[in-house]
Design a protein around this ligand. Structure first.
Ligand SMILES: NC(=O)c1ccc[n+]([C@@H]2O[C@H](COP(=O)([O-])OP(=O)(O)OC[C@H]3O[C@@H](n4cnc5c(N)ncnc54)[C@H](O)[C@@H]3O)[C@@H](O)[C@H]2O)c1
Length: 322
């Protein structure tokens, strides 16, 4: 297939591009390079790789990017609650309006498969904190970020599905681990980096639950959906992660501690967190046979090695945070 990855220079996309190329696909990336394009240099010279520098908000760039594509993986977004809260108009324009326009353009251009990067944040606070939410659970978005994702999912699902149009929203757990575009603003990466470099970490709401998935496994999930029969994935939402990787923040700290036993940890108790959720990943396991391959501990060790060896020299650079 020829696959367009929007936002392909980002944390997930820059791992996905080489994975799809390795599987024999042609890959085109559309990205405005908010955090630079070095993350794609590893695939730059691959004859099956194409790059379109541009913004998903521009109609001309959308048209150029989707032309002759069999599949679109739509990752480009203003990513995360803080980034969306800081620039709400931009977030609505990119995450909502441009996403809807990209769906339309894809259908017009005869793209068959459309994978949309959504998020487990859509679940918001669990009504019953002792249970697990799944794809059928009520969505309770508590941020503009999640609201835009819920709205795009809804439009995508309302558009129906047949053998010519196979849309699949994927709700990713919070991602961690090493990628060509590093992010140190994601919980596992951030905690590991801070405990090693500062020997000090302040944790807000240590008891709240969240699911986690390695960035390589997130990319594998997308690749699996692209290669699954249309009747299994068309118009179907999948959570991407694994049920045993639901962790409380405090548990993540405990996993990092053996590496930095002298780090001072301060827990700032919060009675309420609007994003407290444990997620079931049974559907993707049972229906597509998806299993994660890397644990939170694997991710912690990768980040620790990256920090300790100086592989990234300027860890404080804003390009590593959204
Ligand atoms: N990282 C996570 O924990 C996580 C969890 C759930 C869902 N997701 C979703 O997965 C997707 C990718 O996330 P990520 O962590 O790789 O984010 P990222 O910020 O690392 O990557 C986003 C990429 O999109 C590009 N981009 C942003 N605005 C653009 C625009 N207007 N036009 C073209 N390109 C644009 C950026 O330059 C960047 O390369 C996002 O849609 C995000 O909502 C991520």
């Amino acid at each position: 297939m020829r696959v367009l990855i929007t936002g392909g220079a980002g944390y997930i996309g820059s791992g996905l591009a080489p994975l799809l190329l390795g599987a024999g696909h042609k890959v085109r990336v559309l990205d405005r390079l908010v955090y630079g394009g070095e993350s794609l240099l590893g695939v730059w010279a691959n004859p099956n790789f194409e790059f379109v520098h541009g913004d998903v908000r521009e109609a001309g760039k959308r048209k150029e990017a989707v032309a002759d594509c069999d599949a679109v993986v739509h990752l480009a977004a203003v990513v995360g609650d803080p980034a969306c809260a800081r620039e709400p108009e931009l977030a609505k324009a990119v995450n909502l309006e441009a996403s809807l326009a990209l769906i339309e353009e894809s259908r017009r251009a005869g793209v068959q498969r459309f994978v949309f990067a959504s998020t487990c944040s859509n679940y918001g606070k669990m009504s019953d904190p002792t249970s697990f939410v799944n794809e059928e659970s009520e969505l309770r978005p508590v941020s503009l970020y999640a609201e835009t994702k819920v709205a795009v999912e809804k439009t995508l699902l309302e558009g129906g599905t047949d053998d010519k149009w196979i849309p699949t929203p994927l709700r990713f757990a919070t991602v961690f681990g090493a990628s060509p575009r590093m992010r140190f603003d994601l919980t596992v990466n951030e905690f590991t980096m801070e405990m090693i470099t500062k020997k000090h970490l302040v944790v807000f709401g240590e008891q709240f639950w969240r699911p986690y998935v390695h960035v390589f496994d997130a990319a594998r999930g997308i690749a699996l959906v692209l290669s699954s029969p249309g009747e299994k994935v068309g118009g179907r939402v999948f959570n991407v992660g694994s049920t045993d990787q639901n962790l409380q923040k405090q548990q993540i700290v405990e996993l990092i501690k053996p590496l930095v036993p002298d780090a001072k940890i301060e827990f700032v108790h919060k009675a309420e967190d609007p994003r407290d959720y444990r997620v079931s990943f049974d559907r993707i396991l049972n229906e597509l046979g998806y299993r994660t391959t890397r644990s939170v501990v694997d991710g912690i060790l990768e980040v620790a090695k990256m920090v300790r060896t100086g592989a990234i020299s300027n860890l404080a650079d804003s390009r590593y945070r959204n």
